[in-house]
Write a protein that binds this ligand. Structure first.
Ligand SMILES: [Zn+2]
Length: 532
């Protein structure tokens, strides 16, 4: 009897983290995340899991982010009866994040169905509802950091503070008698690993001496200049002063949890010290408002030397809970700050603020987090001249700015150091949770220097490996793949399509006159006809 792992998500992609471990005494999952980004990936959320939910005994959850937790309600709805083990911080955050995700599924499907019925297409049902999400919260059980507990017979686990987010963990697993000569087999799943010098988190912690390490790679190809809380605040101050000088709104698409609270703490602090002009900071996200409450409750265990509770209660901060309050922000002109979700601009209230401000050259959009391929945030980061929001083409005249100092993720050198600090690693390192460039960037950093190149693996979605052998052994899964490996690896065609449509608009706009426009259209038609 052996132990196998199936990479059910975050394999050659950044989202949908989910790893199935099959042991002689049962099956368990580490994470059960939602796929985000391209349409091909998102479609996986609607399909069946590559396992029967009722067969899973326990889920070990690394942290509350939706790309790690977002399919748990679907798992429970699909027949999972076991426990979901998580830290208290993670449970508190999930109690808001998951119902919010359910609400988003319901409203997205409602919009889609309205469009589908107009085109005579069949109705779609949501992946899960808000009620499913609330029901799934009953399965959560709290556990403490650095304390062993039995997961299922013959398997024990211990959580380590990953320094990425309130409650985030790397998970150490031991499979009794499955290692070399009857020793336990030891495995570590990184979850998402935080950077050094993060405002509200310690540096990541984890054990040494393992058979396998499964490591995230989000920023594996990025080498950020080292930062400190002080340097980060000065960086932000410079951006705020420039946005103030431009005399329009400063829009910050932010992840509702932690990034938002860090930004608010720094913005309020800068205003109180007079280093930036005082202005109203609108927190325009019911979810971020809830999350801010959770951070106030956990303030004593976070924040090191800042008074987080006081900063998050500042009079500069305005919570706009209702849709009416949110819409009334639109009436404002001049400098003010709007923080709204989602961080990658692919959903949420941020989209209507962008629609309202993107075409104005006095506005500033400040990107503060990772932007996955296929998201509106990525298009903006890549410098496109126009974007499509709710069907309308909007020209981008606003100043698009970016600061990476607020990242919740370790960069390439930090990840490589994190892996090196886990040595000895006897059998292999699996690199997951990254786009192609990030995976190869991280692989290059650790190959030979840290671990023999032959011991580094970059699994594709749905790959299965046996772990009990002296080196991981791939198991043939041809028949059971949800997507062809080349589809997972290739840039999604929907991205190219969106870019092409925007390019066409751009060319037609820029043409000298209507005659020139007709010529472009005729040539495009001819090129299409030549395909038939
Ligand atoms: Zn995360």
């Amino acid at each position: 009897m052996s132990v196998t792992i199936r990479f059910c998500g975050a394999a050659r992609t950044v989202t949908g983290a989910c790893y199935l471990l099959q042991t002689p005494s049962g099956r368990l999952l580490v994470d059960c995340g939602l796929f985000q980004g391209s349409k091909t990936l998102k479609a996986l959320n609607y399909g069946e899991f590559p396992f029967r939910p009722a067969d899973i005994e326990t889920v070990l959850l690394t942290h509350a982010h939706i790309d790690h937790s977002g399919l748990l309600p679907k798992l429970v709805r699909g027949g999972f009866h076991g426990r979901i083990m998580a830290t208290r911080g993670t449970i508190d955050l999930c109690s808001y994040l998951l119902p919010d995700a359910g609400n988003i599924q319901e409203s997205e499907v409602m919009t889609l169905n309205r469009r589908n019925s107009a085109r005579g297409r069949a109705e779609v049902t949501p992946i899960y509802t808000q009620a499913d999400a609330i029901a799934s919260l009953n399965a959560f059980r709290p556990i403490d950091y650095e304390t062993w507990f039995e997961v299922i017979k013959g398997v024990r686990a211990r959580y380590w503070n990953a320094g990425h987010l309130l409650g985030s963990a790397s998970i150490e697993l031991e499979f009794a008698g499955q290692g070399k000569s009857g020793q336990p087999l030891r495995l570590l799943v990184s979850g998402d690993v935080g950077p050094d010098a993060k405002l509200l988190q310690p540096d990541p912690q984890a054990p040494t001496g393992l058979d396998y390490v499964i490591s995230e790679s989000t920023y594996g190809d990025v080498d950020r200049p080292p930062t400190t809380p002080q340097a980060r605040r000065e960086h932000l101050a410079a951006e705020v002063r420039d946005a103030f000088a431009a005399k329009g709104a400063m829009i910050i698409p932010a992840f509702a949890v932690e990034r938002t609270q860090e930004l608010i703490a720094d913005l309020v602090d800068l205003m109180e010290r007079g280093q930036v002009p005082a202005a109203t900071i609108f927190l325009d996200s019911p979810l971020a408002i809830r999350a801010t409450e959770v951070f106030r409750q956990h303030a004593s265990s976070l924040g090191g030397d800042i008074d987080l509770n006081r900063l998050l209660s500042s009079p500069h901060l305005r919570f706009t809970e209702s849709v009416d309050e949110s819409k009334s922000i639109e009436k404002l002109s001049g400098f003010h700050i709007i923080i709204a979700a989602s961080g990658m601009c692919d959903a949420g209230r941020i989209r209507h603020h962008l629609k309202h401000w993107l075409w104005r050259d006095n506005a500033t959009v400040l990107l503060v987090g990772f932007q996955a391929q296929g998201t509106l945030g990525r298009f903006l980061a890549d410098g496109v001249k126009a974007v499509r929001i709710q069907g309308d083409v909007i020209k981008v005249a606003a100043r698009i700015r970016r600061i990476d100092d607020y990242s919740g993720h370790a960069d390439g050198p930090e990840l490589a150091r994190w892996i090196a600090a886990r040595r000895p690693i006897h059998r292999g390192v699996f690199l997951v949770h990254g786009e192609e460039a990030a995976l190869s960037g991280l692989s290059d950093r650790i190959a030979e220097r840290t671990i023999p190149e032959a011991h580094i693996f970059r699994p594709v979605l749905d790959d299965i490996y046996e772990l009990t052998t002296a080196a991981p052994t791939p198991i043939d899964v041809k028949q059971r793949r949800r997507l062809k490996p080349e589809v997972v690896v290739a840039l999604d065609w929907h991205n190219d399509m969106s870019k092409l449509i925007l390019d066409i608009n751009d060319h037609i706009d820029a043409a000298a006159d209507d005659r020139a426009r007709e010529v472009i259209i005729r040539r495009l038609k001819r090129a299409l006809d030549a395909q038939n």
